[in-house]
Ligand binder design. Structure first.
Ligand SMILES: [Zn+2]
Ligand SMILES: [Zn+2]
Length: 147
């Protein structure tokens, strides 16, 4: 009886493991959609951005917010770019909002995350440096998706 059970159970377990791997792959596929993320501050600063990449371009495009230290702007740059520079003032003095020095470290919950082979980019449910009032009051929020 014990032998019969293992005959039935073992293939069943194998099938279940294979299915969970399959589900993982599907979940990963679903991740290939960009997020619409809003950035809002008490001072009135408000913008929304299409972050990540779509199904057609996710291998070459991953848009993420950056902060330009020279003109104090929130800008959107493709993290695949070899060089980062501000589209407003051409300065290369830009910092990715993924950088720990741009947030207040009040929360570690992710609002938006994008995994690339070489790096992952994450925005937390935290208070970030606002480009307008320059206080740590800027909040990022995921408000939708695009393909
Ligand atoms: Zn700039
Ligand atoms: Zn502000």
């Amino acid at each position: 009886m014990r032998n019969i059970l293992s005959f039935v159970l073992l293939p069943l377990i194998v099938v279940m493991v294979m299915m969970s791997v399959h589900v993982d792959l599907l979940a990963h596929n679903h991740d290939i959609t960009g997020n619409i993320v809003s950035a809002k501050c008490d001072c009135g600063f408000k913008t929304s951005m299409a972050l990540g990449g779509g199904k057609m371009n996710f291998e070459t495009v991953c848009i993420f917010p950056f902060y330009c230290k020279d003109c104090s702007s929130l800008i959107e740059l493709n993290t695949f770019n070899e060089k980062y520079f501000c589209e407003k003032c051409n300065s290369e003095n830009v910092m990715c909002y993924d950088n720990d020095s741009l947030r207040a470290h009040k929360s570690d919950i992710s609002v938006f995350g994008w995994n690339l082979d070489r790096k992952s980019y994450v925005l937390k449910d935290d208070f970030y440096l606002c480009p307008q009032c320059k206080e740590f009051k800027l909040k990022f929020k995921s408000i939708g998706f695009f393909d």
